[in-house]
Design a protein around this ligand. Structure first.
Ligand code: BGC
Length: 389
């Protein structure tokens, strides 16, 4: 009697839990993706419930109510969900309990390496240099377990923005020297462990103004290839992500910084050129070279005083919506990597993670901590969107 009561109680509880709800639009058989095809030709980047909720809240708080209709549309744009802490793996579970249509691919950013963001401060993470075992067992293994438990769901992963590029150009900085072995071991572990049939992966390769310099192309490509090979050349790695949370135009000619005094040393003056030049270097180095490019906030050019400025660029606008029609052979899709409206870093000079780049003249102020919502910045992105909403 006692047993049957508790079973009944459990069953009632279970039916009330979202994780037990049945996704009526889910695929009915296992998804089989491969690094040898462009999955964005057959799948739509999913508009996740977290960005939807942020935008819905923003619509309520608009300072300019005439933007309401346009603002509401932003929530329907597909974007990547950032798993930026161990605790935020919960977001993935919550999202998987919603009705994701079979032909939608869920985009996730893997972003929690020990000593994260070694050359800057705004996105320093929760794991200290040396906490590689914690990264493996409490972060990557847990995510891999969830992805395995959802074989009928397709996933696209962006692997650790900025990490390997930092090892190429910022290795003179002590923090990056200390992070190096953890980044290489961590990214290789992520690629190996997340190499599942329902997953495709894009390893982050910075942008044209970073690894696009003549002297950086070869070491950059070799740096990525070394890690990819250490992971056993996983079949689900399709190539690279570029311009993540970035500002570069895709095919502006002449490029935004082509008149700079040092322009002769960089032929990757837009992201299309970058994917071609870096793509060729990757091929030589033995790394898959297809790309996805973040166009979330790149509508307006000519805003940055220097190419390397990365924090909450003032005057930016939402760019082209996610699509696999890129017109470029190596570019699988334009995606929204950074959820537009979330900050790149705080402008509060007294904060521990204050980075002077967020105090630059061309950075929007005030801005909250990285990842936090910035209502005024969202409204600016919307007003300057191209195409308009
Ligand atoms: C932050 C993350 C955040 C991501 C997306 C990064 O700059 O460090 O915490 O999730 O941006 O907004």
């Amino acid at each position: 009697m006692k047993t049957s009561t508790s079973i009944l109680a459990l069953a009632t509880l279970a039916s009330a839990l979202p994780s037990q709800s049945v996704n009526k639009r889910a695929c009915t058989s296992a998804v089989k993706l491969s690094g040898s095809e462009n999955v964005f030709k057959s799948y739509t980047l999913h508009a996740n419930s977290f960005y939807k909720a942020e935008v819905a809240e923003a619509v309520k708080n608009l300072s300019d109510k005439s933007l309401a209709t346009a603002a509401a549309k932003v929530g329907n744009v597909g974007s990547f969900l950032w798993l930026d802490t161990i605790a935020n793996i919960e977001k993935l579970k919550t999202e998987l309990a919603t009705d994701i249509p079979c032909k939608n691919i869920l985009g996730l950013v893997i972003y929690d390496l020990p000593g994260r963001d070694c050359a800057a401060k705004a996105s320093n993470g929760e794991l200290a240099v040396g906490e590689i075992n914690k990264y493996k067992t409490q972060y990557i293994d847990v995510i891999a377990g969830i992805l395995k438990a959802h074989p009928n769901q397709a996933f696209a992963l962006i692997i650790e923005p900025d990490s390997l590029p930092n090892l190429v150009t910022n290795i003179d900085e002590t923090a990056c020297q200390q992070s190096k072995s953890g980044y290489e071991e961590g990214v290789a572990y992520a690629l190996k462990t997340l190499n599942l049939p329902n997953v495709v992966m894009y390893v982050d390769a910075g942008h044209g103004g970073w690894l696009g310099w003549n002297d950086n192309l070869k070491p950059g490509a070799e740096g990525l290839a070394k890690v990819y090979k250490a992971a056993g050349s996983p079949s689900q790695v399709r190539g690279i992500s570029t311009n993540i949370a970035g500002w570069n135009a895709f095919d502006l000619t002449p490029g935004e910084f082509s008149k700079a005094t040092d322009a002769q040393w960089n032929k990757a003056q837009n992201e299309k050129l970058y994917t071609e030049l870096f793509g060729a270097a990757l091929k030589t180095a033995g790394h898959p070279n297809h790309a996805i490019v973040d166009t979330g906030r790149n509508a307006v050019t000519g805003l940055r005083k220097e190419w390397g400025h990365w924090c909450n660029v003032k005057g930016a606008g939402f760019g082209v919506r996610p699509t696999s029609s890129t017109g470029a052979e190596l570019v699988d899709a334009f995606v929204w990597g950074k959820p537009g409206g979330e900050s790149d870093g705080t402008s509060d000079t007294s904060a521990t993670r204050y980075d002077s780049f967020c105090g630059n003249d061309d950075a929007f102020k005030p801005s909250p901590e990285a990842g936090q919502w910035n209502q005024a910045y969202f409204e600016q992105l919307l007003k300057n969107a191209k195409p308009a909403f």
